[in-house]
Design a protein around this ligand. Structure first.
Ligand code: NDP
Ligand code: OXD
Length: 310
């Protein structure tokens, strides 16, 4: 029986991943679900958002590698045995995410939406630039990607605060932790960036009450998961202008349905869930290394804690 790695993703190129992984994993067959010859031979899975039931026939699965950072689609499923689940941990993915966040924050800090609107009206609209240190940016979630983005914002001179579950020390970032200080953290953020994983604790965390704590005229950026936010309450706050602007990469339903009111809002910038993506050229090596570690009986790296949810 040839050990097999089964691949699943609707967004990533199987051929590209196979071409990079095959030389690193001699002796392992790499294929997609439809090409699995013997389900019993599948020991490893490399998957992004596989449908429910996907794993049921792979009874010998030993390792599940998430083809991304957030594992919310993999934890708490009933088709998976209790095997290690790892995530991608790739500095290039961090850089890609940080560039998106930086772009979105700079766009607001430099009043670009106001100039875009003025241009459409052929209007010369002078707004004196603010100094970055006068702009308070709050980053919810200081994990691999959140900390990277916060560091880039610090480098640009913004007044950056960060919030996480456990207490942290990050250079240039005022760090807060725990639910007790969440309300005051939100109330102090002129630009709020959501970088939390979706877990049972964070689902709906930014509800109508908490969104109402944002300072009037604030800007909102969500690059984590749509379900961390009450999307209807967010839409209402954007409609009333209480939240002035939003950059949204993630939604509670994806693709965002054509009839969703967010599409028609001129104060909302929508991107289709691509703030950062898995990068085969830089992540293939760590995926192969983890499989080889498992084969040698060593602990795998970048393992998530299913009980914690990230
Ligand atoms: P990590 O798992 O590395 O870090 C998560 C952070 O959130 C940690 O700082 C953690 O705190 C904090 N956190 C988790 N639960 C809570 C809680 N209940 N209360 C307070 N803080 C909490 O995640 P990453 O930074 O790598 O990624 C964040 C998310 O970004 C991913 O889970 C994914 O959903 C999303 N993502 C989106 C992409 C996109 O294209 N839009 C691309 C990649 C990721 P602590 O440090 O104390 O554990
Ligand atoms: C991820 C994502 O979590 O792309 O990696 O959303």
């Amino acid at each position: 029986m040839i050990p097999t790695l089964v691949f699943y993703s609707q967004f990533d190129s199987f051929e590209q991943w196979q071409a990079l992984l095959a030389p690193l994993l001699p002796g392992i067959r790499i294929c997609q679900e439809q090409d699995v010859e013997d389900p019993e031979s599948v020991l490893y899975a490399l998957a992004w958002k596989p449908p429910q039931g996907f794993f049921a026939r792979y009874r010998n699965l030993q390792l599940l590698i998430n083809l991304g950072a957030g594992v919310d689609s993999l934890v708490g499923r009933d088709d998976l045995p209790a095997i290690p689940i790892t995530r991608l941990s790739d500095p290039n993915m961090g850089r890609m995410m940080a560039s998106y966040v930086l772009f979105a924050v700079l766009r607001y800090a430099r009043d670009i939406p106001a100039f875009e609107q003025a241009q459409r009206q052929r209007r010369w609209h002078y707004l004196h630039p603010r100094l970055p240190q006068s702009v308070r940016v709050g980053v919810l979630g200081l994990g691999e990607l959140g900390a990277y983005a916060a560091a880039e914002l610090v480098r640009q001179g913004f007044a950056v605060s960060g919030w996480s579950r456990s207490a942290k020390q990050l250079e240039g970032v005022r760090c807060y932790s725990g639910l007790d200080c969440l309300d005051s953290f939100i109330a102090d953020s002129e630009i709020l960036v959501v970088m939390l994983p979706l877990t049972s604790e964070t689902r709906g965390l930014l509800d109508a009450r908490r969104l109402a704590l944002l300072p009037p005229g604030s800007c909102f950026i969500n690059v984590s998961r749509g379900a961390v936010v009450d999307q209807q309450a967010l839409t209402e706050a954007l409609g009333s202008g209480r939240i002035a602007e939003a950059t949204l990469d993630v939604f509670d339903r994806e693709p965002l349905p054509p009839e969703d009111p967010l599409w028609g809002m001129t104060n909302v910038l929508i991107t289709p869930h691509l703030a950062s993506v898995a990068i085969p050229e830089s992540a293939a090596r760590q995926i192969a290394d983890n499989i080889l570690r498992l084969q040698r009986g060593e602990a795998v790296l970048h393992q998530v804690d299913p009980a914690r949810g990230y």
